[in-house]
Every structure is written in C-alpha cells, then in structure tokens.
Ligand binder design. Sequence first.
Ligand code: 4AD
Ligand code: MG
Length: 479
Amino acid sequence: MFNKRVKIKELLTQEPQGQEVTVMGWVRSFRNSQFIALNDGSTNNNLQIVAELGKFDEQLLKRVTTSASLKVTGAVVPSLGKGQKMDLKATTIEVLGDSDAEKYPLQPKKHSLEFLREIAHLRFRTNTFGSVFRVRHSLAYAIHKFFNDKGFVHMHTPIITASDAEGAGEMFRVTTLPFNNPPRNEDGSINFKEDFFGRATNLTVSGQLEGELGATAYGDIYTFGPTFRAENSNTTRHLAEFWMIEPEMAFYDLEDNMNLAEEFIKYIIQYAMDNNREDLEFLSQRLAEEEKQLPQDKRSEMGLIEKLEFVLKNNFERLTYTEAIDILKESNHNKKKKFQYPVTGWGMDLQSEHERYLVERHFKKPVILSGYPKEIKAFYMRQNDDGKTVAAMDILAPGIGEIVGGSQREERLEKLEARMKEMNIPAEELWWYLDTRRFGTVPHAGFGLGFERMVQFITGMTNIRDVIAFPRTPKSAEF
Ligand code: 4AD
Ligand code: MG
C-alpha cells in the first residue's frame, strides 16, 4: 500500500527501538550529504533522517534538495546527535517530487510575514504558518464540540441572500447580468427581474436572520460559515471574507447570552491549551521575538501563554456603554488629546482605539460592554425601556478590540416593525423573518464571534491576513 506511513508527530512520541517505519514529507534541509530534516506538516518538529555515507547513489542524493518530497523507509534508532531523541536510519529513499532549490521561494532563513503573504500558497510550509493553521483547525473542531455537547443544532445558512442582515449596506452583489448592457427598467435602473434569481442578490453578511428561524424551532442553533463585507477597511482586523460563528438561542436574555459567550471563549482557549501546547509555545516564542523589535512601552505585558492563562482564570469585566463613555471621557489619555477620535460623549460609536484603551490600559482584561445607543446598532436588537438604548453586547479583547457582537433580539412584533420603519429596512422583503414574531414569538438572543479575530487572539498574530489561508482584502484576491 502506498500510503502506509507514520506521521512524524506520532512517530516522535514512540521510543526508538529499531522498528521499521515509512515516512513521507518535504525536505527542510540536507546537511553534510548525510542528515535530512524531513517535515510532513503534522508538527513543526522535523524528523532527522540519516543517509549513511556511501550507501546511496550520488545521483539520488543530488535530488534531495530543500522542498523536494520524499518517501523514506528505515529503522528508528536513538539519535547520536543532540537536539532530537531519534533518527531514522534510511534503508530506502525515494524522491516523489523533485524541486529546484534555487528557484524555491522559501529559503532557509527568516522571511518577513509581509513577504510570506505574497507566497501564501507556500507559507504553510514554514513553522509559523504550520502552527497557526494547525491551531486554527483545532479551534474549529473545538467550536463544533462545544455546541454539540450542549445540544445545539448546527445550521448551514445560505451564502447567497436577498437581504442585508446588518442593514449596513456593505454587500457584494451576486449577478449573472451582463455588465456592458444590463436590462433596464423604464426609469433607467437595472431590471433585476431578469437576473438569475429574478431579484437582486448578494453574498451574506451574517447568517443571523436565518439562524433566528432555526432557534425558534430547535431552541438552540449555531452557524459557522463564511461571511462577506464590502467595507473598505484596510486594517489588521478586517477581512472582506471572514468566518463567523453565530449561536442563536430561544428563551435567552442578554445576561444568558453574555454568560454563554464568555463560557464559549474560555472553552476554546482551554481546548487549544490542552491540545495545541507545542504550537502555542512556538507561537509564544515567535511573538516574544517579534516584540523585541518594538520600543518597551509597545510590548505586551504578558507572554502569549501567560495571557491565555490569565483570560481563563479571570471573569470578563462587564459594564454598560454609558459607564465606558464616562471612563473614556475622564481618562488622562483623552484629556491629553491622545485619541485620534476625541471622546465626544454619549451617543458616539466607539472606535477601535477606544475599545483597546478600555481592555488594554484600563481594565487589562476582556470586557463585555452592553446597552448601546440604538442609533449605532442594528434594527433587530431589543429596545430597552429607556427608549434610548438596546440590549446589545460587544466583547472586547486585548490586542484585538471587538471580537464578539451580539444582542437580545426584539421579539415584540410592533416594536420591531416600528424600528424597521424608522431605519428604512424593507419589512415586506423580510416577511419570513417577521413571521417568527407572529407565530409563537419568544425572548431570544445570540451573538457572532469573528473566527479570524479569535484565531489572532489565541495565536498572537498581529495581522488578520496571517490567520486565514488566502485573505481577501481591498484590492487583493490573489490565489
Ligand atoms: O458585530 P457584527 O457585525 O455582528 C453580526 O454580524 C451579528 N449578526 C452577529 C450576531 O449577533 N449573530 O460581527 C460579529 C463579529 C465581530 O464582533 C467581529 O469579531 C467579526 O464578526 N467581524 C469581522 N471579522 C473580520 N473582518 C471583518 N470585516 C469583520 N466584521 C465583523
Ligand atoms: Mg459589531
């Protein structure tokens, strides 16, 4: 059988006792015509393969170049060298795929993250991205496990929709109409009746509205899918295509919602700590190295692992938007005019610098803010009795800012319809959404966790482009 191989991660847990194994992978380096460092992606640790001098054909050894792929069979023996507990003493070496090391873009030296982004198709073969994407995988698994163990139903909500769930108008249009000469209505506007779906459609910005339909039948659901935002934000925290986890729960109020979100975040951090220790330790060291280049006051106070442990041990700080505005307003930072966007007062939308001030400088831990002014939040949020605020909550994380956005939903039909009217949300198009409020409406709540922001938080990667395989950002859709 071709694929009877052992993965290097698994092999490295065994004791070297002369057992015969076959491994396959890619050459990281070949020294002294004798020692091959082989990596198969299961771990950052390479397996040292010893090709005894004189035992192998010269022509074959010439083909053992950095990034060539090999199939090697041999005996696992205790290593004589330092740095590894075992060697694979090769009996046969087969080159599965040659590689011209001169032309291979990844040279055995340190490359910048910016450079690696340009060769994103190969960057998985570096230690940093090896670790990042193994952790990403693990977190995705943990998320399904968390909700499955709690009896939530995983819902696949549509990617092509006709509605704007957030009402923010930041959508990518989906159409098969010709660009040069689209069919037009008498008034000159484009006639979408002629389009593929017989109406204007776009890529979804959120699965929430459909999620609510599920929650009002199953009780508890969650979605985990790609979402798309055509917002022209060129930052280290925004993608045009990102993955979002959106649980939606019937019979939940805002406090239940916060409790679930905090438990959920801690669970997936704990899962990574328990199952990805080696990769997290590598990433922790990487981050410490990276931060050495920063001035002292820009460095993190805690190492990556220490930070994650701290988050696990401490309760998230909970306060209202109104309290947060007071803190920001009274801060020396504001008085000394150090915010790029001055804190004007109640009603303003918080910028990421404000959010980060609260978590990084003031509370020094994750914060859950609630009770936002209705003007800066979406139409579906439950209106509070004060007539000014809604039952919204955002979770802010150190180094990231907003990581979760959620709310209790407006379950009262008249209130919801009135708010939609005020905000110019077309109620006729959302007739199906409003039906949940007509037929057995219940208090319910939910939130959205930005998966990439969570991966950033756990891996310590500063740029969101480095935690998704092939980032889509303004003016960039390579690969
Ligand atoms: O706050 P948002 O826009 O909330 C919603 O979409 C709600 N429908 C969620 C819900 O209640 N079911 O987005 C939720 C989260 C943000 O907190 C952020 O972590 C992430 O999604 N997010 C982005 N991540 C990367 N790039 C972007 N452009 C993002 N926009 C939002
Ligand atoms: Mg938000």
